[in-house]
Design a binder for this molecule. Structure first.
Ligand code: F6P
Length: 550
Protein backbone atom coordinates (compact mmCIF):
# COMPACT_ATOMS: atom_id res chain seq x y z
CA UNK A 1 0.00 0.00 0.00
CA UNK A 2 1.22 3.53 -0.80
CA UNK A 3 2.38 5.54 2.19
CA UNK A 4 -0.75 7.58 3.04
CA UNK A 5 1.19 10.85 3.06
CA UNK A 6 2.24 10.21 -0.55
CA UNK A 7 -1.34 9.87 -1.77
CA UNK A 8 -2.53 12.67 -4.03
CA UNK A 9 -5.67 12.83 -1.90
CA UNK A 10 -3.54 13.40 1.20
CA UNK A 11 -1.62 16.19 -0.48
CA UNK A 12 -4.86 17.74 -1.71
CA UNK A 13 -6.17 17.80 1.85
CA UNK A 14 -3.01 19.53 3.03
CA UNK A 15 -3.48 22.17 0.35
CA UNK A 16 -7.16 22.49 1.20
CA UNK A 17 -6.26 22.97 4.86
CA UNK A 18 -4.15 25.98 3.82
CA UNK A 19 -7.20 27.39 2.09
CA UNK A 20 -9.66 26.83 4.94
CA UNK A 21 -7.60 27.11 8.14
CA UNK A 22 -8.32 30.82 8.69
CA UNK A 23 -12.05 30.56 8.04
CA UNK A 24 -14.03 30.83 11.29
CA UNK A 25 -16.90 28.40 11.78
CA UNK A 26 -19.12 31.45 12.26
CA UNK A 27 -18.36 32.44 8.67
CA UNK A 28 -19.32 29.02 7.38
CA UNK A 29 -22.71 29.21 9.11
CA UNK A 30 -23.24 32.80 8.01
CA UNK A 31 -22.45 31.88 4.41
CA UNK A 32 -24.71 28.82 4.37
CA UNK A 33 -27.76 28.70 6.65
CA UNK A 34 -28.50 25.17 5.40
CA UNK A 35 -25.40 23.64 6.99
CA UNK A 36 -27.43 21.72 9.57
CA UNK A 37 -29.48 20.09 6.80
CA UNK A 38 -26.43 19.51 4.63
CA UNK A 39 -24.14 17.93 7.21
CA UNK A 40 -26.28 15.43 9.06
CA UNK A 41 -26.78 11.66 8.90
CA UNK A 42 -29.18 9.10 10.33
CA UNK A 43 -28.42 5.40 10.73
CA UNK A 44 -29.62 2.52 12.95
CA UNK A 45 -31.63 4.92 15.09
CA UNK A 46 -28.75 7.36 15.62
CA UNK A 47 -28.75 10.98 14.39
CA UNK A 48 -25.47 12.78 13.69
CA UNK A 49 -25.10 16.55 13.32
CA UNK A 50 -21.60 17.16 12.01
CA UNK A 51 -22.19 20.70 10.74
CA UNK A 52 -20.17 22.32 13.52
CA UNK A 53 -16.92 21.18 11.89
CA UNK A 54 -14.22 22.86 9.80
CA UNK A 55 -15.91 21.41 6.78
CA UNK A 56 -17.20 22.70 3.48
CA UNK A 57 -18.52 20.66 0.58
CA UNK A 58 -15.00 20.92 -0.84
CA UNK A 59 -13.55 19.55 2.37
CA UNK A 60 -16.04 16.70 2.25
CA UNK A 61 -15.03 15.92 -1.33
CA UNK A 62 -11.34 15.91 -0.39
CA UNK A 63 -11.94 13.66 2.62
CA UNK A 64 -14.02 11.24 0.56
CA UNK A 65 -11.25 11.15 -2.03
CA UNK A 66 -8.86 10.09 0.74
CA UNK A 67 -11.26 7.35 1.83
CA UNK A 68 -11.47 6.11 -1.77
CA UNK A 69 -7.69 6.25 -2.21
CA UNK A 70 -7.29 4.33 1.07
CA UNK A 71 -9.58 1.57 -0.20
CA UNK A 72 -11.88 1.95 2.80
CA UNK A 73 -14.71 0.15 1.04
CA UNK A 74 -12.50 -2.79 0.14
CA UNK A 75 -11.02 -3.02 3.61
CA UNK A 76 -14.46 -2.94 5.23
CA UNK A 77 -15.51 -5.78 2.93
CA UNK A 78 -12.42 -7.74 3.93
CA UNK A 79 -13.21 -7.35 7.61
CA UNK A 80 -16.89 -8.28 7.32
CA UNK A 81 -16.09 -11.31 5.15
CA UNK A 82 -13.57 -12.79 7.56
CA UNK A 83 -10.35 -12.12 5.71
CA UNK A 84 -7.12 -11.94 7.71
CA UNK A 85 -7.32 -8.25 8.63
CA UNK A 86 -5.09 -8.90 11.65
CA UNK A 87 -1.97 -10.21 9.89
CA UNK A 88 0.46 -10.00 12.85
CA UNK A 89 -1.71 -12.51 14.73
CA UNK A 90 -2.81 -14.28 11.52
CA UNK A 91 -6.47 -13.80 12.38
CA UNK A 92 -9.68 -12.35 11.00
CA UNK A 93 -11.61 -9.87 13.16
CA UNK A 94 -15.19 -11.08 13.22
CA UNK A 95 -16.89 -9.40 16.15
CA UNK A 96 -19.56 -8.62 13.56
CA UNK A 97 -20.36 -12.34 13.24
CA UNK A 98 -21.33 -12.40 16.92
CA UNK A 99 -24.23 -10.05 16.23
CA UNK A 100 -25.08 -11.33 12.74
CA UNK A 101 -28.89 -11.42 12.74
CA UNK A 102 -29.04 -12.43 9.09
CA UNK A 103 -29.09 -15.94 7.63
CA UNK A 104 -25.90 -15.59 5.63
CA UNK A 105 -22.99 -17.83 6.73
CA UNK A 106 -19.68 -16.39 7.95
CA UNK A 107 -16.79 -18.59 6.84
CA UNK A 108 -13.55 -18.95 8.81
CA UNK A 109 -11.05 -21.59 7.65
CA UNK A 110 -13.73 -23.12 5.43
CA UNK A 111 -16.26 -23.45 8.24
CA UNK A 112 -19.43 -21.46 8.85
CA UNK A 113 -18.95 -20.00 12.34
CA UNK A 114 -22.59 -19.02 12.77
CA UNK A 115 -23.85 -22.38 14.18
CA UNK A 116 -21.32 -22.39 17.08
CA UNK A 117 -21.93 -18.66 17.64
CA UNK A 118 -25.65 -19.34 17.94
CA UNK A 119 -25.05 -22.40 20.15
CA UNK A 120 -23.08 -20.34 22.68
CA UNK A 121 -25.75 -17.63 22.64
CA UNK A 122 -28.36 -20.32 23.29
CA UNK A 123 -26.37 -21.70 26.25
CA UNK A 124 -25.81 -18.20 27.62
CA UNK A 125 -29.55 -17.57 27.44
CA UNK A 126 -30.45 -20.78 29.25
CA UNK A 127 -27.89 -20.13 31.98
CA UNK A 128 -28.94 -16.50 32.37
CA UNK A 129 -32.62 -17.45 32.55
CA UNK A 130 -31.88 -19.97 35.31
CA UNK A 131 -29.89 -17.47 37.36
CA UNK A 132 -32.49 -14.75 36.83
CA UNK A 133 -35.52 -16.92 37.64
CA UNK A 134 -33.82 -18.37 40.70
CA UNK A 135 -33.72 -21.96 39.53
CA UNK A 136 -29.91 -21.81 39.51
CA UNK A 137 -29.11 -21.78 43.22
CA UNK A 138 -25.98 -21.59 45.33
CA UNK A 139 -24.66 -24.45 47.48
CA UNK A 140 -27.13 -23.67 50.27
CA UNK A 141 -30.06 -23.71 47.86
CA UNK A 142 -30.60 -19.96 47.67
CA UNK A 143 -30.97 -17.93 44.46
CA UNK A 144 -28.03 -15.86 43.30
CA UNK A 145 -28.09 -12.26 44.51
CA UNK A 146 -24.66 -11.01 43.45
CA UNK A 147 -22.54 -11.53 40.36
CA UNK A 148 -18.84 -10.67 40.47
CA UNK A 149 -17.16 -10.34 37.07
CA UNK A 150 -13.40 -10.85 37.36
CA UNK A 151 -11.65 -9.56 34.25
CA UNK A 152 -9.68 -6.63 32.90
CA UNK A 153 -9.42 -4.62 29.68
CA UNK A 154 -11.91 -5.91 27.14
CA UNK A 155 -13.07 -8.52 29.67
CA UNK A 156 -14.15 -5.74 32.02
CA UNK A 157 -14.59 -2.33 30.37
CA UNK A 158 -17.24 -3.40 27.88
CA UNK A 159 -19.52 -5.39 30.18
CA UNK A 160 -19.12 -2.80 32.94
CA UNK A 161 -19.94 0.09 30.62
CA UNK A 162 -22.96 -1.70 29.15
CA UNK A 163 -24.35 -2.83 32.53
CA UNK A 164 -24.07 0.76 33.76
CA UNK A 165 -25.55 2.19 30.56
CA UNK A 166 -28.58 -0.11 30.77
CA UNK A 167 -28.96 0.02 34.55
CA UNK A 168 -32.65 0.96 34.33
CA UNK A 169 -33.29 -2.43 32.72
CA UNK A 170 -31.41 -4.38 35.42
CA UNK A 171 -32.82 -7.42 37.21
CA UNK A 172 -34.04 -6.33 40.64
CA UNK A 173 -32.42 -9.18 42.63
CA UNK A 174 -29.04 -9.28 40.89
CA UNK A 175 -26.29 -6.87 41.88
CA UNK A 176 -23.41 -6.78 39.39
CA UNK A 177 -19.87 -6.13 40.61
CA UNK A 178 -16.69 -5.79 38.55
CA UNK A 179 -13.22 -6.54 39.87
CA UNK A 180 -10.32 -5.83 37.50
CA UNK A 181 -7.34 -4.27 39.28
CA UNK A 182 -4.70 -6.55 40.85
CA UNK A 183 -4.67 -4.02 43.73
CA UNK A 184 -6.07 -6.19 46.52
CA UNK A 185 -8.37 -3.38 47.56
CA UNK A 186 -10.49 -3.96 44.47
CA UNK A 187 -11.26 -7.57 45.41
CA UNK A 188 -11.39 -7.04 49.19
CA UNK A 189 -13.79 -4.10 48.95
CA UNK A 190 -16.06 -6.12 46.68
CA UNK A 191 -16.02 -9.32 48.76
CA UNK A 192 -17.11 -7.27 51.78
CA UNK A 193 -20.37 -6.61 49.97
CA UNK A 194 -21.32 -10.17 49.03
CA UNK A 195 -22.42 -13.43 50.62
CA UNK A 196 -20.52 -16.52 49.39
CA UNK A 197 -23.72 -18.57 49.50
CA UNK A 198 -25.47 -16.39 46.94
CA UNK A 199 -22.63 -15.07 44.81
CA UNK A 200 -21.75 -16.13 41.27
CA UNK A 201 -18.19 -15.43 40.12
CA UNK A 202 -17.52 -14.96 36.41
CA UNK A 203 -13.86 -15.37 35.47
CA UNK A 204 -13.65 -13.50 32.17
CA UNK A 205 -10.45 -13.82 30.22
CA UNK A 206 -10.01 -14.45 26.52
CA UNK A 207 -6.53 -15.96 27.04
CA UNK A 208 -7.02 -17.10 30.65
CA UNK A 209 -3.40 -16.09 31.24
CA UNK A 210 -3.82 -12.47 32.35
CA UNK A 211 -1.96 -11.97 35.63
CA UNK A 212 -4.46 -9.63 37.24
CA UNK A 213 -7.45 -11.78 36.40
CA UNK A 214 -5.94 -15.10 37.49
CA UNK A 215 -4.63 -13.56 40.73
CA UNK A 216 -8.06 -12.14 41.49
CA UNK A 217 -9.79 -15.38 40.51
CA UNK A 218 -7.57 -17.45 42.82
CA UNK A 219 -8.21 -15.01 45.68
CA UNK A 220 -11.95 -15.20 45.11
CA UNK A 221 -11.76 -19.01 45.01
CA UNK A 222 -9.81 -19.07 48.30
CA UNK A 223 -12.26 -16.67 49.93
CA UNK A 224 -15.14 -18.85 48.78
CA UNK A 225 -13.60 -22.07 50.19
CA UNK A 226 -12.45 -20.34 53.39
CA UNK A 227 -16.04 -19.25 53.93
CA UNK A 228 -17.08 -22.88 54.41
CA UNK A 229 -17.91 -23.99 50.91
CA UNK A 230 -16.42 -27.19 49.49
CA UNK A 231 -14.54 -27.83 46.25
CA UNK A 232 -17.71 -29.48 44.95
CA UNK A 233 -19.58 -26.22 45.49
CA UNK A 234 -17.32 -24.34 43.10
CA UNK A 235 -19.31 -25.60 40.14
CA UNK A 236 -22.37 -23.66 41.30
CA UNK A 237 -20.49 -20.44 41.97
CA UNK A 238 -17.79 -20.10 39.29
CA UNK A 239 -18.17 -19.89 35.53
CA UNK A 240 -15.55 -18.95 32.94
CA UNK A 241 -15.66 -16.95 29.73
CA UNK A 242 -12.66 -17.76 27.56
CA UNK A 243 -11.17 -19.21 24.39
CA UNK A 244 -8.76 -21.34 26.48
CA UNK A 245 -10.67 -24.37 27.78
CA UNK A 246 -7.56 -26.23 29.00
CA UNK A 247 -6.51 -23.29 31.19
CA UNK A 248 -10.07 -22.98 32.51
CA UNK A 249 -10.15 -26.63 33.51
CA UNK A 250 -6.70 -26.36 35.07
CA UNK A 251 -7.97 -23.47 37.20
CA UNK A 252 -10.69 -25.76 38.54
CA UNK A 253 -13.75 -24.58 36.66
CA UNK A 254 -15.89 -27.30 35.14
CA UNK A 255 -15.81 -27.25 31.32
CA UNK A 256 -19.64 -27.33 31.47
CA UNK A 257 -19.45 -23.99 33.23
CA UNK A 258 -17.37 -22.41 30.51
CA UNK A 259 -18.83 -20.23 27.78
CA UNK A 260 -16.38 -20.08 24.95
CA UNK A 261 -15.52 -17.69 22.17
CA UNK A 262 -12.93 -17.60 19.46
CA UNK A 263 -9.53 -16.12 18.75
CA UNK A 264 -11.03 -14.07 15.90
CA UNK A 265 -12.79 -12.00 18.54
CA UNK A 266 -10.51 -9.24 19.79
CA UNK A 267 -10.65 -8.52 23.54
CA UNK A 268 -11.80 -4.92 23.06
CA UNK A 269 -14.38 -6.13 20.52
CA UNK A 270 -15.71 -9.02 22.63
CA UNK A 271 -18.74 -7.50 24.39
CA UNK A 272 -21.01 -9.26 21.85
CA UNK A 273 -19.55 -12.67 22.82
CA UNK A 274 -19.76 -14.66 26.06
CA UNK A 275 -17.89 -11.73 27.61
CA UNK A 276 -21.28 -10.03 27.56
CA UNK A 277 -22.64 -12.50 30.15
CA UNK A 278 -22.80 -9.88 32.94
CA UNK A 279 -25.01 -7.75 30.67
CA UNK A 280 -27.16 -10.75 29.77
CA UNK A 281 -27.62 -11.56 33.46
CA UNK A 282 -28.47 -7.96 34.23
CA UNK A 283 -30.94 -7.13 31.47
CA UNK A 284 -31.94 -10.57 30.19
CA UNK A 285 -31.40 -12.30 26.85
CA UNK A 286 -34.31 -10.58 25.10
CA UNK A 287 -32.78 -7.16 25.67
CA UNK A 288 -29.29 -8.50 24.86
CA UNK A 289 -30.72 -9.61 21.48
CA UNK A 290 -32.01 -6.04 21.00
CA UNK A 291 -28.50 -4.84 21.82
CA UNK A 292 -27.08 -7.20 19.19
CA UNK A 293 -29.73 -6.02 16.73
CA UNK A 294 -28.67 -2.41 17.19
CA UNK A 295 -25.08 -3.30 16.38
CA UNK A 296 -26.21 -5.42 13.43
CA UNK A 297 -28.26 -2.53 12.06
CA UNK A 298 -25.18 -0.30 12.26
CA UNK A 299 -23.15 -3.06 10.58
CA UNK A 300 -25.62 -3.17 7.69
CA UNK A 301 -25.46 0.60 7.37
CA UNK A 302 -21.66 0.50 7.41
CA UNK A 303 -21.52 -2.25 4.76
CA UNK A 304 -24.04 -0.71 2.39
CA UNK A 305 -24.12 3.07 2.76
CA UNK A 306 -22.08 4.99 0.18
CA UNK A 307 -19.02 6.62 1.75
CA UNK A 308 -20.55 10.10 1.46
CA UNK A 309 -23.45 9.17 3.74
CA UNK A 310 -21.71 6.54 5.86
CA UNK A 311 -21.77 7.51 9.54
CA UNK A 312 -18.62 5.71 10.84
CA UNK A 313 -16.71 6.75 7.71
CA UNK A 314 -17.74 10.38 8.28
CA UNK A 315 -16.63 10.35 11.92
CA UNK A 316 -13.36 8.65 10.98
CA UNK A 317 -12.60 11.18 8.24
CA UNK A 318 -13.23 14.07 10.62
CA UNK A 319 -10.82 12.56 13.16
CA UNK A 320 -8.17 12.10 10.44
CA UNK A 321 -8.82 15.69 9.31
CA UNK A 322 -8.18 17.14 12.77
CA UNK A 323 -5.52 14.64 13.83
CA UNK A 324 -3.39 14.85 10.70
CA UNK A 325 -4.06 18.31 9.28
CA UNK A 326 -5.07 20.47 12.25
CA UNK A 327 -2.63 19.02 14.81
CA UNK A 328 -5.41 17.97 17.19
CA UNK A 329 -4.23 14.80 18.96
CA UNK A 330 -6.80 14.76 21.72
CA UNK A 331 -10.47 13.92 21.29
CA UNK A 332 -13.16 14.47 23.91
CA UNK A 333 -16.14 12.17 24.38
CA UNK A 334 -18.91 14.04 26.18
CA UNK A 335 -21.93 11.84 26.91
CA UNK A 336 -24.75 13.97 28.31
CA UNK A 337 -26.14 10.85 29.98
CA UNK A 338 -25.10 9.81 33.47
CA UNK A 339 -25.61 6.12 32.71
CA UNK A 340 -22.90 6.45 30.00
CA UNK A 341 -20.34 7.48 32.62
CA UNK A 342 -18.06 4.56 31.71
CA UNK A 343 -18.45 5.02 27.93
CA UNK A 344 -15.35 7.22 27.53
CA UNK A 345 -13.26 4.71 29.49
CA UNK A 346 -14.54 1.90 27.27
CA UNK A 347 -13.73 3.94 24.18
CA UNK A 348 -10.22 4.55 25.48
CA UNK A 349 -9.36 0.88 25.10
CA UNK A 350 -11.32 0.52 21.86
CA UNK A 351 -9.62 3.47 20.20
CA UNK A 352 -6.23 3.76 21.84
CA UNK A 353 -5.40 0.04 22.06
CA UNK A 354 -6.52 -0.29 18.42
CA UNK A 355 -4.92 2.78 16.86
CA UNK A 356 -2.07 3.60 19.23
CA UNK A 357 0.39 2.23 16.69
CA UNK A 358 3.55 3.55 14.96
CA UNK A 359 4.10 1.07 12.15
CA UNK A 360 2.08 0.45 9.01
CA UNK A 361 0.58 -2.96 8.28
CA UNK A 362 3.78 -3.82 6.35
CA UNK A 363 5.93 -3.02 9.39
CA UNK A 364 7.40 0.23 8.11
CA UNK A 365 7.50 3.21 10.47
CA UNK A 366 4.66 5.68 10.02
CA UNK A 367 5.37 9.27 8.95
CA UNK A 368 2.02 10.52 10.25
CA UNK A 369 0.14 10.89 13.52
CA UNK A 370 -2.01 7.86 14.34
CA UNK A 371 -4.62 7.39 17.08
CA UNK A 372 -5.38 10.47 19.21
CA UNK A 373 -5.83 10.48 22.98
CA UNK A 374 -9.49 9.88 23.80
CA UNK A 375 -10.97 10.93 27.13
CA UNK A 376 -14.08 12.30 28.78
CA UNK A 377 -16.66 12.34 31.53
CA UNK A 378 -20.42 12.83 31.43
CA UNK A 379 -21.89 16.25 30.88
CA UNK A 380 -22.87 18.46 32.58
CA UNK A 381 -20.03 17.57 35.02
CA UNK A 382 -17.31 18.22 32.44
CA UNK A 383 -18.48 21.83 32.26
CA UNK A 384 -17.34 22.24 35.85
CA UNK A 385 -14.01 20.49 35.37
CA UNK A 386 -12.22 21.01 32.02
CA UNK A 387 -14.56 22.93 29.71
CA UNK A 388 -12.62 26.07 30.65
CA UNK A 389 -9.70 24.65 28.67
CA UNK A 390 -11.99 23.65 25.82
CA UNK A 391 -13.38 27.18 25.54
CA UNK A 392 -10.35 29.36 26.26
CA UNK A 393 -7.37 27.02 26.17
CA UNK A 394 -4.74 26.88 23.45
CA UNK A 395 -5.51 23.34 22.27
CA UNK A 396 -7.90 22.29 19.53
CA UNK A 397 -9.89 19.39 21.02
CA UNK A 398 -12.70 18.10 18.79
CA UNK A 399 -15.63 16.91 20.86
CA UNK A 400 -18.37 14.30 20.41
CA UNK A 401 -21.53 15.23 22.31
CA UNK A 402 -23.79 12.21 22.83
CA UNK A 403 -27.32 12.48 24.22
CA UNK A 404 -30.64 10.70 24.49
CA UNK A 405 -33.64 13.00 24.02
CA UNK A 406 -35.78 10.98 26.43
CA UNK A 407 -34.49 10.27 29.93
CA UNK A 408 -34.86 6.79 31.37
CA UNK A 409 -35.68 8.62 34.60
CA UNK A 410 -37.97 11.56 33.77
CA UNK A 411 -37.76 14.09 36.60
CA UNK A 412 -39.21 17.58 36.36
CA UNK A 413 -37.17 19.84 34.07
CA UNK A 414 -33.94 17.89 34.46
CA UNK A 415 -33.86 16.48 30.91
CA UNK A 416 -34.67 19.84 29.38
CA UNK A 417 -31.82 21.42 31.36
CA UNK A 418 -29.47 18.62 30.29
CA UNK A 419 -30.36 19.12 26.63
CA UNK A 420 -30.06 22.90 26.89
CA UNK A 421 -26.58 22.55 28.35
CA UNK A 422 -25.50 20.06 25.70
CA UNK A 423 -26.68 22.27 22.83
CA UNK A 424 -25.30 25.40 24.51
CA UNK A 425 -21.83 23.93 24.85
CA UNK A 426 -21.46 23.03 21.19
CA UNK A 427 -22.83 26.48 20.22
CA UNK A 428 -20.45 28.27 22.60
CA UNK A 429 -17.46 26.25 21.38
CA UNK A 430 -18.33 27.07 17.80
CA UNK A 431 -19.56 30.69 18.04
CA UNK A 432 -17.51 32.00 20.94
CA UNK A 433 -18.04 35.63 22.00
CA UNK A 434 -16.04 38.40 20.32
CA UNK A 435 -14.52 41.29 22.22
CA UNK A 436 -17.01 43.61 20.55
CA UNK A 437 -19.94 41.47 21.71
CA UNK A 438 -18.44 41.31 25.19
CA UNK A 439 -17.89 45.08 25.28
CA UNK A 440 -21.50 45.76 24.32
CA UNK A 441 -22.67 43.26 26.96
CA UNK A 442 -20.53 44.83 29.69
CA UNK A 443 -21.54 48.36 28.70
CA UNK A 444 -25.21 47.37 28.84
CA UNK A 445 -24.52 46.02 32.32
CA UNK A 446 -22.98 49.36 33.33
CA UNK A 447 -19.36 48.24 33.52
CA UNK A 448 -16.72 50.95 33.52
CA UNK A 449 -14.56 51.45 30.44
CA UNK A 450 -11.59 50.54 32.63
CA UNK A 451 -13.13 47.23 33.61
CA UNK A 452 -14.08 46.53 30.03
CA UNK A 453 -10.54 47.32 28.88
CA UNK A 454 -9.04 45.15 31.62
CA UNK A 455 -11.36 42.16 31.21
CA UNK A 456 -12.01 42.07 27.47
CA UNK A 457 -9.23 39.58 26.79
CA UNK A 458 -10.15 37.40 29.75
CA UNK A 459 -13.88 37.24 29.11
CA UNK A 460 -14.03 36.89 25.34
CA UNK A 461 -14.15 33.50 23.55
CA UNK A 462 -12.41 32.73 20.28
CA UNK A 463 -14.95 30.03 19.45
CA UNK A 464 -14.12 28.18 16.22
CA UNK A 465 -13.91 24.91 18.15
CA UNK A 466 -15.51 21.97 16.35
CA UNK A 467 -17.85 19.28 17.61
CA UNK A 468 -20.20 16.50 16.55
CA UNK A 469 -23.56 15.88 18.21
CA UNK A 470 -25.02 12.35 18.27
CA UNK A 471 -28.65 12.03 19.33
CA UNK A 472 -30.78 8.98 20.11
CA UNK A 473 -34.43 8.97 21.12
CA UNK A 474 -33.71 6.91 24.27
CA UNK A 475 -30.59 5.00 25.39
CA UNK A 476 -32.22 1.62 24.81
CA UNK A 477 -30.35 -1.68 24.35
CA UNK A 478 -30.73 -1.21 20.58
CA UNK A 479 -29.37 2.34 20.67
CA UNK A 480 -26.40 1.32 22.81
CA UNK A 481 -25.54 -1.53 20.46
CA UNK A 482 -25.69 0.79 17.46
CA UNK A 483 -23.58 3.44 19.24
CA UNK A 484 -20.82 0.98 20.16
CA UNK A 485 -20.74 -0.54 16.67
CA UNK A 486 -20.53 2.97 15.23
CA UNK A 487 -17.33 3.64 17.14
CA UNK A 488 -15.90 0.18 16.37
CA UNK A 489 -16.27 0.89 12.66
CA UNK A 490 -14.99 4.45 13.05
CA UNK A 491 -11.82 3.03 14.60
CA UNK A 492 -11.45 0.54 11.75
CA UNK A 493 -11.84 3.21 9.06
CA UNK A 494 -9.27 5.44 10.77
CA UNK A 495 -6.86 2.50 10.76
CA UNK A 496 -7.63 1.83 7.09
CA UNK A 497 -6.65 5.40 6.25
CA UNK A 498 -3.52 5.34 8.41
CA UNK A 499 -2.72 1.87 7.03
CA UNK A 500 -2.19 0.37 10.51
CA UNK A 501 -3.46 -2.83 12.15
CA UNK A 502 -6.21 -1.98 14.69
CA UNK A 503 -6.57 -5.54 15.94
CA UNK A 504 -3.25 -6.42 17.57
CA UNK A 505 -1.75 -4.99 20.77
CA UNK A 506 1.93 -5.86 20.95
CA UNK A 507 2.50 -2.68 22.92
CA UNK A 508 1.18 -4.26 26.12
CA UNK A 509 3.74 -7.07 26.15
CA UNK A 510 6.90 -5.27 27.37
CA UNK A 511 5.27 -4.00 30.57
CA UNK A 512 3.90 -7.44 31.33
CA UNK A 513 7.33 -8.99 30.76
CA UNK A 514 9.14 -6.51 33.01
CA UNK A 515 6.51 -6.80 35.74
CA UNK A 516 6.98 -10.55 35.81
CA UNK A 517 10.76 -10.25 36.19
CA UNK A 518 10.60 -7.48 38.79
CA UNK A 519 8.07 -9.45 40.80
CA UNK A 520 10.34 -12.48 40.67
CA UNK A 521 13.31 -10.37 41.82
CA UNK A 522 11.30 -8.90 44.69
CA UNK A 523 10.32 -12.37 45.81
CA UNK A 524 14.05 -13.20 46.20
CA UNK A 525 14.16 -10.46 48.87
CA UNK A 526 17.64 -9.32 47.85
CA UNK A 527 18.58 -5.85 46.71
CA UNK A 528 18.51 -5.61 42.96
CA UNK A 529 20.99 -4.05 40.53
CA UNK A 530 19.89 -5.42 37.18
CA UNK A 531 17.98 -2.31 36.10
CA UNK A 532 18.68 1.35 35.56
CA UNK A 533 19.47 3.32 38.71
CA UNK A 534 15.92 4.64 39.02
CA UNK A 535 14.22 1.26 38.79
CA UNK A 536 16.84 -0.35 41.03
CA UNK A 537 16.40 2.49 43.50
CA UNK A 538 12.63 2.24 43.56
CA UNK A 539 12.62 -1.55 43.99
CA UNK A 540 15.27 -1.48 46.73
CA UNK A 541 13.51 1.38 48.53
CA UNK A 542 10.27 -0.61 48.48
CA UNK A 543 12.00 -3.75 49.72
CA UNK A 544 13.67 -1.81 52.51
CA UNK A 545 10.69 0.26 53.64
CA UNK A 546 8.44 -2.78 53.61
CA UNK A 547 11.07 -4.82 55.53
CA UNK A 548 11.01 -7.32 52.72
CA UNK A 549 14.76 -7.72 52.49
CA UNK A 550 16.02 -11.14 53.61
O1 F6P B 1 -4.51 -5.00 27.47
C1 F6P B 1 -4.03 -6.15 26.88
C2 F6P B 1 -5.14 -7.16 26.80
O2 F6P B 1 -4.70 -8.29 26.11
C3 F6P B 1 -6.39 -6.59 26.14
O3 F6P B 1 -6.33 -6.55 24.75
C4 F6P B 1 -7.43 -7.52 26.69
O4 F6P B 1 -8.75 -7.01 26.55
C5 F6P B 1 -6.99 -7.61 28.16
O5 F6P B 1 -5.55 -7.58 28.10
C6 F6P B 1 -7.49 -8.82 28.90
O6 F6P B 1 -7.10 -9.98 28.21
P1 F6P B 1 -7.86 -11.38 28.57
O7 F6P B 1 -9.33 -11.17 28.24
O8 F6P B 1 -7.20 -12.39 27.72
O9 F6P B 1 -7.66 -11.60 30.04
Amino acid sequence: MTNPVDLEAWKALAAHHDDIKTTHLRELFAADPTRFDKFQLSAAGLFLDYSKNHLTEETHRCLLALAEASNVTGKLHSMFSGEMVNPTEARPALHTALRNRGSEPVIVDGQDVMPPVRDVLERLGRFSDAVRDGSWTGYTGQPITDVVNIGIGGSDLGPLMAVEALAPFAHKRLALHFVSNVDGSHMVSTLKKVNPETTLFIVASKTFTTQETLTNAHSARSWFLDSGASEADIARHFVALSTNSSAVTAFGIDANNMFGFWDWVGGRYSLWSAIGLPLILSVGMERFEQFLQGAYDMDQHTRTAPLAVNMPVTLALLTVWYNNFWGAHSHLIAPYDQYLHRFPAYLQQLTMESNGKSVHVNGSAVQLATGPVVWGEPGTNGQHAYFQLLHQGTHLIPTDFIMALESLNPLGIHQELLMANCFAQSEALMMGKTKAELKAEMQAAGASEEDIKQLAGHRSFSGNRPSNTLLVQQMSPHALGALIALYEHKVFVEAAIWDINPFDQWGVELGKQLAKSIHHEMEQKNTVSSHDSSTNGLINRALKLKNLLA
